[in-house]
Ligand binder design. Structure first.
Ligand code: AMP
Length: 282
């Protein structure tokens, strides 16, 4: 099926309404573009589950703080379109800023506690920007299944909670992180890495594995697990650690490791700030 591209919200809304009226289910894949195999995996999953797939591309200024990489964020509209079409999507919504927000929004969605730790602590306001834009995309897309990557584990938790709290007609589906062969999680921001930085970047995943190994070896003290991850990052001088954490699977803080937990890490390398995470079981 060929790809229908919209830059206006209303025709896109109507197209999806027409699909649902004809009895077809809608899968939604929100992105900021510069697509890679991680994004494509979400489209494939949505195409397996749903009758039609809508992808959105919007580099959301609300989720970037002043001084972050909004203006340099990688963009590849032609490449994106080819990948989206190839992956089997039916619709692409790629609205310009003035279409998404004729004026800066006065309304925002804040998902309290879950959005305040980790990425929320390092990037104040980030998840309010994410939740606000995703709420708007859900509002214009209507009832659907929406696919998000575990790569952004906290974002997935924020969106799940927003949907539950607000009773939005959306089934949120979390999908596994796609990695390069050396373990580096695919990310649009990997495009910022020089060849040397790219060679060093799998350190982040190795740190998560070290945290997982410590748990596997019986370590139950969160501080020791954080230290095991930090030690791996410290061995690579190109990296500056932002945080290395272990939490419950729902991101609540823990005093001791038990059951399903999540290891989460963020670090800077060159001009890039990379994040990754991994599940572990005690
Ligand atoms: P972004 O364009 O970075 O905002 O990401 C759009 C969606 O793709 C989000 O749901 C991300 O979690 C997901 N995503 C990004 N990278 C990956 C990856 N390596 N594996 C799986 N999903 C990903």
């Amino acid at each position: 099926m060929s790809l229908t591209v919209f830059d206006r919200l209303e025709p896109y809304r109507k197209a999806l309404e027409t699909e649902r009226a004809a009895g077809r289910t809608v899968g939604l894949v929100p992105t900021m573009g510069a697509l890679h195999a991680g994004h494509v995996s979400l489209i494939h999953r949505a195409a397996l589950d749903c009758d039609v797939v809508a992808v959105t591309i919007f580099v959301n200024p609300l989720q970037f703080a002043p001084g972050e990489d909004l203006t340099t964020y990688p963009r590849d509209p032609e490449g994106d379109r080819a990948q989206i079409s190839e992956a089997g999507a039916t619709y692409l919504l790629a609205p310009p800023m003035r279409e998404m927000f004729a004026e800066p929004p006065l309304t925002s969605v804040t998902v309290g506690r879950i959005g305040e730790s980790l990425e929320g602590a390092s990037r104040p306001g980030h998840f309010t920007g994410v939740a606000t834009i995703v709420a708007k995309l859900f509002a214009v897309s209507g009832a659907c299944r929406a696919y998000f990557g575990e790569k952004d584990y906290q974002q997935l938790a924020v969106i799940r909670r927003m949907v539950a709290d607000l009773g939005l007609p959306v089934d949120v589906v979390g999908c596994p992180t796609v990695r390069d062969a050396d373990g580096l999680a695919l990310s649009s921001r990997n495009a910022y890495l020089s060849p040397d930085e790219r060679a060093a970047a799998p350190t982040l995943y190795q740190a998560l594995l070290a945290g997982g190994d410590a748990i596997g070896a019986g370590q139950r003290d969160p501080g020791s697990i954080r230290a095991a991850m930090a030690e791996v990052v410290a061995r690579e001088p190109k990296f500056t650690l932002d945080y290395a954490e272990v939490t419950a699977a729902d991101l609540t803080p823990i005093d001791t490791v038990a059951g399903e937990v999540r290891l989460l890490i963020a670090a800077r390398i060159g001009t890039a700030r990379l994040i990754d995470n991994l599940g572990a079981h005690a």
